[in-house]
Design a protein around this ligand. Sequence first.
Ligand code: ADP
Ligand code: MG
Length: 341
Amino acid sequence: MIFRAPGRVNLIGEHTDYNQGFVLPIALHLETRVEARPATGGVLQVHSASRREMKAWAVESIRHREPQHDWSDYVIGVARELIAAGFEIPALALHIESTIPEGAGLSSSAALEVATALALLQGREFDRLELARLCQRAESNFVGMPCGIMDQYVSIFASEHAALKIDCRSLESESVRLPDHVAILAVNSMVKHNLGQSAYRTRVRECAEAFRGSLRDATLDQIRGNKHARHVVTENQRVLSFVEAASAGDLTRMGELFLESHASMRDDYEISCAEIDFLVDTAKNIPGCYGARMTGGGFGGCTVNLVSPEYVPDFTRAILRAYPQAQVIECVPAGGASVCG
Ligand code: ADP
Ligand code: MG
């Protein structure tokens, strides 16, 4: 059987998920597929096509394994959480293929976790929200990245043709229809600065220390002078304003909010970098572009751009002229994880 889980591009609401705030991602047609076949000898065998690497473990040994600080931690992290939830891991040979660029801020990690979890479950019943939380725990506890719930949640719950507004406190979500007359383009800068992972951990810690309770409840007055906290507070408000603007079909306002969000990540949260700022500044001056911002954890990866559909070819050409190594990806909201048969 083959299990698929999509990557995502976050439209707005960056670094708000671990502060119990709001996010608005869409799932992508780019996805990770895990093919599962029965294996013999009580062994879990995993092959990653992109890594051209095969790993195998005795099923019995999985509960005692330590992180190896490589890609297999995502697989073993999920397996260990399933064991902790009372599930036996069957002897399987897993083959992983993905069309999501790794480390580009399009969440190849959550797609790998979710597709792996479905493959290891082999059709056994599991609550979908619990599955998202289980995959998030795998990434924070075993991989060691203290991520929020957005990536795993949208990879499971996304619906076609709509963005998903997630309340990361109540863990409820609603579909948000986007105006018809707009294209969403991700532009991959093809850079990822090493600072990213340590800075992410630092921001998570700082946010927890900035305010008693979660920043979701803080007012600007209460966190005065703390630029990092200010980003989280204003970004939450921008998600709500963006959803309103989308419902009203107000593309100009949606674009402005993208640019405000980017300025806030650059100046207040301090998670942008020169290449990304260049891509955003270039994009906003291209005809037909309503707005652009960095998407994902920061320090590289992708920008997300709102572009009038008839300008897409010109926009793409202009970006590639200014930044030839970029990869432009047209994003059409896809559905959440599923079994392909
Ligand atoms: P992102 O989620 O934005 O792509 P992350 O750093 O969170 O970036 O996750 C990327 C990591 O996930 C890779 O370095 C690798 O360890 C793992 N990964 C993702 N997809 C695959 C795959 N198809 N095969 C092996 N490892 C993968
Ligand atoms: Mg990730």
